[in-house]
Design a protein around this ligand. Structure first.
Ligand code: ADP
Length: 664
């Protein structure tokens, strides 16, 4: 072995291959370069193959590529050996390399031939593309089928749901039907029992009328209802209509004909004339029974309802009487349901609240209480629960929006079964009464206040005089008596004014109205105040007029006197007061104008109120009571006129009033 290896690498007696080329450099280089490039190319190819095999792990028959690589490396090595042997004649070695190359080449060639059928069996890219396309089509088809399946499934689910809902509904309907049937059966049972009971006590009679043959069969109970002895009814020969009250015959005949011709159920109430002359009320019901569309028999039931009718008539009469009484009552009466719906609204209620019965019947009660919530609650609770309630309420009226004060009492009304049904409201208008009471109270308190001052003064002076300490001082005593007299004068005036005003506002003064000449009235008033006008050095001028008024002369003179007295009181000396009466369309306008101190603008309206004075101490010093203008206003209002004042401070005032005009 050792010798073989030595021989393998020894050049021996061989000559280098270059000699064959006679060491011609061109030839040597030609071989050398070609072999070198071939070898280089051969070595590079396996690298590419290795890279390819590594990258394509899925490659079939990858081992054949590796075999190619080995075969190419060997081929390349033979070319290296060619270059080597140019100078080094190790031909054994190059021969061995060739042998190895031959073995690998042969093996590769054989393997390749064997592999050919399998390689041919591999799908070509075209086939792959086709297969891919087919696959794609198959996938799409699958998706389409899947979608279709899903849709079908959805539809199926919906159908199942709809069907289930239908079944549930059907079930409910069925249950309802069962319930209704049970109810109807129970009602039928009850009515049958009633029928049997009623027949037993002879209150229900039945009959059958054969419409084809005209045969009419009455039961014994039916005969009893008509007051006939059993078996005495003559059937078709007898005209049953003749046994009815004459007023009911036409209606009964018409109802029976309608039932026969139109098939409508007969349902009416009739009066039977009993042989002894009494009248019996029956409720008559009948039905047609047809055979093949042709009316064959009429079966009817008659029930005695005389007692019920009598009770009903009595009730009707009672209600009628009650309604008449309520309507005629001077007290406003209203009947409401617990939910406040109006059922009855009397005439007096119409007059008091301003809504007509037609407007409120069947509607919620229109009265809006103006009370504190707790008071309203008690009233409303009484209506809702049927409790008895008595109290005072204030309401807005529909007609003019004004307020009425009423005393109210509620009484619950019950039906036959003693169920609370309605509530009866009885009102009493106490608006005026309350207003008068209020006015009187105010008046009394003011009057007491006004009377107290002069009375206290009189009392004081008289007390002092009574002690006797001024008996030897007559001047002082005189002054005191003078003061007491002044105060008592004022008291007398005040009391007179109060009485005047009270008589006027209570309507107790009889106004005797007549056609009065305005110039006359003014003249007589001026004559009455002339002395005080002279004392005050004031001139009164009357503007000539021909106007006439419809008035109570004395009261108008009193008004003019009051106004003139005031004008004189509040005018400076040597001033002028004018008096005029101008006719207008419907009125005569009187005016009293002075050149006095005037009245502040904010007092112009209030001075007509009782005890209102601009300067209280000055007015009292002048003997004023604060009631003069209130009396004037009351007199003018009683004449349907109006009174007012205009004034400019320090320049003077004019008091106007109007009276209805009349032709003299
Ligand atoms: P009195 O008795 O106080 O005069 P009246 O009711 O007649 O009461 O008048 C009320 C008040 O009106 C007077 O106190 C006064 O202040 C004012 N008054 C009335 N008339 C006149 C007037 N012509 N000029 C100025 N003030 C007047």
């Amino acid at each position: 072995m050792h010798d073989f290896v030595v021989n393998l690498f020894s050049t021996g007696s061989f000559i280098p291959h270059g000699h064959c080329y006679l060491w011609k450099p061109g030839l040597v280089w030609l071989h050398l370069t070609s072999d070198a490039i071939i070898a280089l190319a051969y070595y590079s190819i396996p690298l590419t193959l290795f890279y390819f095999v590594r990258k394509r792990q899925d490659l079939p028959f990858s081992w054949i590529f590796l075999l190619f690589a080995a075969f190419i490396i060997f081929c390349g090595t033979t070319h290296i050996a060619e270059i080597w042997t140019l100078w080094h004649p190790t031909y054994w070695l190059s021969g061995i390399i060739k042998v190895a190359t031959a073995i690998v080449s042969l093996f590769t060639a054989i393997e390749l031939v064997l592999l050919l059928p399998q390689a041919l069996a591999l799908p070509s890219p075209l086939q792959l593309r086709e297969a891919n396309k087919a696959l794609q089509t198959e996938i799409e088809e699958r998706l389409r089928i899947e979608n279709q399946l899903r849709r079908l499934q959805d539809e199926l689910e919906q159908r199942v749901q709809a069907r289930t809902a239908q079944l549930v509904k059907l079930n409910q309907q069925l249950q309802q039907e069962i319930d209704e049937r049970q109810r109807a059966e129970a009602a039928l049972r009850a009515s049958r029992e009633r029928l049997v009971l009623a027949q037993q006590v002879g209150k229900i009679g039945t009959y059958e009328w054969n419409l084809q043959t005209g045969e009419l069969i009455w039961t014994e109970e039916m005969e009893a209802l008509f007051g006939l002895a059993p078996g005495s009814f003559e059937g078709s020969n007898e005209h049953w209509l003749q046994r009815l009250h004459p007023d009911d015959r036409a209606d009964a005949d018409y109802a029976a004909q309608r039932t026969i011709t139109q098939g409508a159920e007969l349902d009416t109430e009739l009066r039977i004339m009993l042989p002894d002359g009494r009248i019996r009320w029956v409720a008559a019901k009948a039905k047609i029974f047809a055979d093949g569309g042709q009316p064959e028999r009429l079966i009817g039931v008659n029930m005695d309802i005389t007692e019920h009718k009598e009770v009903q008539q009595e009730l009707q009469q009672t209600l009628q009487t009650l309604s008449t009484l309520i309507q005629a009552s001077p007290l406003p009466i209203v009947v409401v349901e617990p939910n406040m719906t109006v059922r009855l609204w009397s005439l007096a209620a119409e007059q008091l609240f301003g809504w007509s019965a037609a407007e409120v019947l069947g509607q919620p009660i229109p009265l809006v209480p103006q009370e504190k919530p707790e008071k309203c609650c008690q009233f409303q609770e009484a209506i809702a629960t049927g409790k008895v309630f008595t109290g005072v309420q204030k309401y807005h009226c529909q007609r003019d929006g004004s307020t009425v004060v009423v005393s109210i009492s509620t009484t619950p009304l019950y039906d036959e079964q003693n169920n609370f049904k309605w509530i009866l409201l009885i009102f009493q208008d106490i608006t005026e009464q309350q207003a008068i009471e209020k006015m009187k109270n105010e008046f009394i308190s003011i009057v007491s206040h006004e009377l107290r001052t002069p009375l206290t003064a009189i009392q004081g002076f008289l007390g002092l005089l009574n002690t006797g300490i001024y008996d030897n001082r007559p001047d002082k005593a005189k002054r005191m008596i003078g003061q007491a007299l002044t105060n008592s004068d004022r008291l007398v005036r005040l009391v007179n004014d109060i009485l005047d005003l009270e008589r006027l506002s209570s309507g107790r003064v009889q106004l005797i109205k007549e056609v009065c000449n305005a110039a006359d009235l003014m003249q007589r008033a001026v004559e009455g105040v002339q002395s005080i006008a002279l004392a005050a050095a004031v001139t009164i001028l009357i503007t000539p007029t021909t106007a006439c008024v419809w008035a109570c002369a004395d009261l108008i003179i009193q008004t003019l006197t009051n106004l003139l007295s005031n004008a004189i009181k509040f005018s400076p000396r040597d001033s002028v007061i004018t008096l005029s009466a101008q006719p207008q369309t419907d009125w005569v306008l009187f005016a009293v104008t002075d050149q006095g101190r005037g009245i502040p603008a904010d007092k112009l309206e209030t001075i007509f109120e009782r005890f209102e004075q601009v300067d209280v101490s000055d007015a009292r010093a002048k003997g004023g009571t604060g009631l003069g203008l209130a009396i004037c206003q009351s007199i003018i209002q009683q004449h349907d006129g109006s009174i007012w004042a205009k004034s400019t401070l320090s320049e003077g005032s004019t008091f106007y009033f109007t009276l209805p005009i009349r032709v003299c």
